[in-house]
Design a protein around this ligand. Structure first.
Ligand code: FRU
Length: 479
């Protein structure tokens, strides 16, 4: 097939199934989701010539993983998005089993995409190529082929290049697996974006106080925030331990100081970015206003994936809302971008609510596609609980200083929960979007992200326990 055939086949498939996707009551209203098929990682995030671009890992043909394309959306305001033509298709010898994840950078007025060309040989062996594609208009891309081959010391699980510029040089960080099957992040440098020199492994198992830390690190990202370098990674193979690592794969960060010359990164301990069930492979970019904005994949590859009720409607997964990153008391906080306030309509406000009892409904507080802000908390002695549409709940236990999100597992039908510690509860900012929940706690100190699949008609929001607060709620407009 020629390049044109690849694009045509995928677009035709999208056209054929769009009507099914539209019928799904679980379809999201203001999150980015695939037109049809499977979406996973956010890729190539950038504001280029004023326009925001979000690319994403896309399998247009199936609701399972496969040879990935790069789908593409663009926007002027991070809220209203336009579906653009496919950016990359797996149509070359070096990417024929997938144009895997990567990033974008602007250079001399052009948009450069770096991505992993994934190849699986007839004998099952994997090959990996870090590839470049360039665009003048931000829409049509010209593939330049591989610019970096697999270096010595790593298996072919070597992927997801994130590129940035600093002091007249370019840098690339790649997610890797060493020959000992250990996860690592490897730094490269370049003057021209075509020739890359290996600087070395800057983080991984047995470095900086880490012990064994997973068998593979996916989707690294490295950026400066508040005078420090932050390395985001998505390690695979961490075992649950206390409150940590309860999803199959994790996403989190190390904060520290990177010496670019010596390729030495001195960093602290790993902290998870999100406490919910569905969050993986986040990527960030700096926009023209200087904000460091993060998108995550609001999903994860695990054994429950194929049981999601969106599958019969020929689509699966979505991206999170864009979140601004900031540093507070040495920790990353995440705050939904201001622009989403433009979607607000029909405010309901209730001040000085006193909750004392079980399953209380508040006047005018119900919905499926809504934003809720609970502030001025007076924590009582007992628990405080919020129920979302009889399908998920958030519980704060002031005694244990634990906050917990509970939902039903789509595969087993059993209740499952994720828990983390907070010192007290002062603020809850909740975004409900049909089949998704994003809950920002205490101004983004912790975030719970989850998909959930309530009865499509159910709009009930219930409060239980012992607490006082003021609450505002807005309905959020369709995107
Ligand atoms: C993370 C990931 C990446 C890879 C992509 C393939 O979810 O496995 O490492 O590039 O997805 O779709």
């Amino acid at each position: 097939m020629t390049e044109i055939d690849f694009f045509k086949k995928a677009s035709e498939e999208a056209e054929r199934n769009r009507h099914l996707v539209r019928q799904d009551p679980n379809r999201l209203k203001y999150h980015l989701m695939p037109p049809v098929g499977l979406l996973n990682d956010p890729n190539g995030l950038i504001q280029f010539k004023g326009i925001y671009h979000v690319f994403y890992q896309w399998n247009p043909f199936d609701t399972a993983h496969g040879a990935k394309y790069w789908g593409h959306y663009s926007s002027r305001d991070l809220v209203h998005w336009k579906e653009e033509p496919i950016a990359l298709a797996p149509d070359q010898w070096y990417d024929r089993n997938g144009c895997y994840s990567g990033s974008a950078i602007e250079f001399e007025g052009k948009l450069y995409l770096f991505y992993t060309g994934n190849v699986k040989n007839e004998d099952g062996r994997r090959e990996t190529y870090q590839c470049l594609a360039i665009s003048e208009d931000g829409i049509h891309f010209d593939k330049k082929g591989p610019v970096l081959e697999l270096p010595k010391g790593y298996t072919a699980h070597f992927r997801d290049p994130k590129v940035w510029g600093k002091n007249g040089s370019f840098y690339m960080i790649v997610g890797a697996q060493t020959l000992n099957q250990e996860g690592a992040a490897v730094l490269f440098a370049s003057k021209d974006l075509y020739h890359w020199e290996e600087k070395g492994k800057i983080a991984g198992a047995w470095m900086n106080g880490l012990e064994d830390f997973g068998y593979m690190w996916e989707c690294p990202d490295l950026f400066e925030l508040d005078g420090q370098e932050i390395l985001l990674v998505s390690p695979q193979g961490l075992e649950p331990s206390g409150y940590e690592y309860h999803n199959l794969f994790q996403s989190g960060y190390f904060a520290g100081k990177l010496d670019y010359e010596k390729a030495k990164f001195k960093h602290g301990s790993f902290a998870e970015l999100d406490r919910g069930f569905d969050f993986y492979a986040p990527q960030t970019f700096k926009d023209d206003s200087g904000r460091r904005i993060l998108y995550g994949w609001m999903g994860i590859t695990d054994e429950a994936e194929s049981s999601q009720p969106t599958v019969p409607y020929r689509w699966i997964h979505a991206l999170t809302m864009p979140r601004v990153l900031d540093m507070k008391n040495g920790r990353l906080i995440q705050i939904p971008v201001e622009e989403f306030k433009n979607l607000r309509k029909g405010k309901t406000e209730i001040n000085d609510v006193e909750i004392n009892g079980a399953n209380l409904q508040l006047d005018g507080l119900s919905g499926k596609t809504a934003e809720l802000m609970l502030e001025s908390f007076k924590n009582g002695k007992g628990i405080f609980k919020m129920d979302f549409r009889n399908e998920a709940s958030l519980t704060y236990n002031p005694d244990q200083k634990e906050i917990q999100l509970q939902r039903r597992n789509v595969k087993t039908g059993m209740q499952e929960s994720r828990i983390c510690k907070i010192s007290s509860l002062s603020k809850l900012h909740v975004f409900m979007d049909q089949s998704s929940l994003e809950i920002f706690i205490n101004g983004g100190e912790e975030v719970f992200t989850a998909r959930y699949f309530p009865d499509p008609e159910d709009e009930t929001i219930l409060f239980s326990g012992d607490a006082g607060f003021s609450v505002s709620m807005w309905n959020l407009e369709d995107k």
